[in-house]
Design a protein around this ligand. Structure first.
Ligand SMILES: O=C(O)CCC(=O)C(=O)O
Ligand SMILES: [Fe+2]
Length: 300
């Protein structure tokens, strides 16, 4: 029996149709989502960023034949062409902004959650890179399935170069968004995302996926960003409430408790020199050690 694959839709599809398919399969491919000018701009800006980005340090998750760059809204004005793409934004809002009913006193209020950008990353997979372990990106929130009964993240993977099975097009397990947290993903259940540059794969945080093995003779370049539920953050924004000079005088434990921290699930990292590092190092005096955080992290 052949494996289930993701559906490919034209960019003229309605958000409603795409959302139905995402809820059915966990993701969908949309052809030529962004225009040629945006694609060319992102290609050029990412090329500059990757030229100064070393390979990742480990093969546990980030890939030692993979370059990763971040802070993409600082690096490219063309990010707006992706982030404000009406179809992607409508799909993200349609999935994430499911209303929540609460009581305040005896009055019932319906809250529409806000959404915000949760992550940006350029990912360039080179020949020789093996496949990434399959995972759910909502692991950063330690999301529980099916208990949470809603989605926390709607992610887009833009093909900056063509994605093929041969060059490491993102591996996805269709339908895996419905699995509980006990079920282990198996490599043989995953299918590669094949799409031309400018097309995207839109998927939800609960779908198992991972970078594919590149056994072609050239790099595969992808750009990912996510819209997340904006309530998954501090109520009072501590980053903007406490000046850096005040923070620097505090014990490290307090700095971490104010949010200057990131753990094994990567939540809160910043990208530096190809690594995802803990923001707490920015508060340390002098030369800053930049040990990578994440699943392979060796220090707290
Ligand atoms: O590069 C890819 O295709 C997917 C990468 C990924 O899923 C990740 O790094 O979380
Ligand atoms: Fe991922």
């Amino acid at each position: 029996m052949s494996k289930p694959t993701l559906t490919t839709l034209p960019n003229t599809t309605s958000a409603g149709e795409a959302i139905d398919i995402i809820f059915r399969d966990g993701g969908v491919i949309i052809e030529n989502l962004i225009d040629e000018q945006t694609l060319a701009g992102l290609q050029a800006d990412l090329e500059v960023a990757f030229a100064e980005t070393p390979y990742g340090e480990d093969d546990d998750f980030v890939g030692s034949r993979t370059r990763r760059t971040g802070a993409l809204f600082a690096r490219s004005r063309h990010m707006l062409g992706l982030a404000l793409n009406p179809l992607y934004l409508e799909i993200a809002r349609g999935i994430l902004q499911a209303p929540v009913d609460i009581w305040i006193g005896q009055t019932r209020h319906t809250i529409i959650p806000d959404i915000q950008v949760g992550v940006t990353q350029g990912i360039q997979i080179y020949p020789g890179q093996g496949s990434q372990p399959l995972h759910r990106d909502d692991m950063v929130f330690l999301w529980r399935h099916p208990e949470y009964k809603r989605e926390g993240r709607v992610q887009v993977m833009l093909a900056v170069s063509d994605f093929t099975e041969e060059n490491g097009g993102t591996l996805v397990i269709p339908g895996s968004h419905r699995w509980d947290d006990e079920r282990m993903p198996r490599d043989e259940e995953a299918v590669a995302t094949a799409m031309t540059a400018g097309s995207v794969m839109i998927f939800i945080g609960s779908t198992y996926h991972g970078g594919g093995m590149n056994h072609s003779d050239g790099p595969r370049t992808g750009l990912t960003m996510a819209y997340d539920l904006a309530n998954l953050r501090q109520e009072e924004n501590q980053y903007l409430s406490v000046p850096l000079d005040t923070l620097r005088e505090m014990p490290e434990e307090m700095q971490r408790l104010l949010g200057w921290d990131s753990g094994k699930n990567y939540m809160g990292y910043i990208q530096r020199d190809g690594k995802m590092i803990n923001p707490q190092v920015l508060l340390q005096p002098g030369e800053q050690p930049t040990a990578a955080v994440g699943l392979a992290m060796r220090t707290a």
